[in-house]
Design a protein around this ligand. Structure first.
Ligand SMILES: [Cu+2]
Length: 125
């Protein structure tokens, strides 16, 4: 009986371990979450309400530096957009960061200055 119980405990621990591995990523959360893998945003666009912020969640080890602007193919296009919160933040590996609040309605661009093509749009209604 003791042996069986021991095996049961071992199996349970193993199952928990395996499922934790399968989920992976970053369990951080916040308002309007957008996850990032090693070279891209996992959402190209998010729509939020005026006054809200976006939470950027890094699921991988490489850090990202997020700023106002976009990529035109592999050419960075930094921008200063009227009404956009001035953004220049580093999101470390497996870390998270906040962009905002966005207090003006409109469509705004964010990009990662490190990774060509890593860009997204924030639509504020
Ligand atoms: Cu990046």
């Amino acid at each position: 009986m003791k042996k069986l119980f021991g095996a049961f405990i071992l199996c349970s621990l193993f199952a928990v371990f395996i499922s934790a591995c399968a989920v992976g990523g970053n369990t951080a959360t916040g308002p309007n979450p957008v996850h990032m893998d090693s070279t891209s945003f996992t959402k190209l666009s998010i729509t939020i309400k005026k006054g809200e912020s976006v939470t950027l969640i890094n699921d991988e080890a490489p850090p990202h530096i997020i700023a106002n602007g976009t990529w035109n193919d592999s050419t960075p296009k930094p921008a200063t957009e009227a009404g956009a919160p001035k953004t220049n933040i580093q999101v470390d590996g497996f870390g998270s960061g906040k962009v905002g609040p966005f207090n003006t309605a409109g469509t705004f661009q964010l990009y990662c200055t490190v990774h060509p093509g890593m860009k997204m749009t924030v639509v504020v209604k």
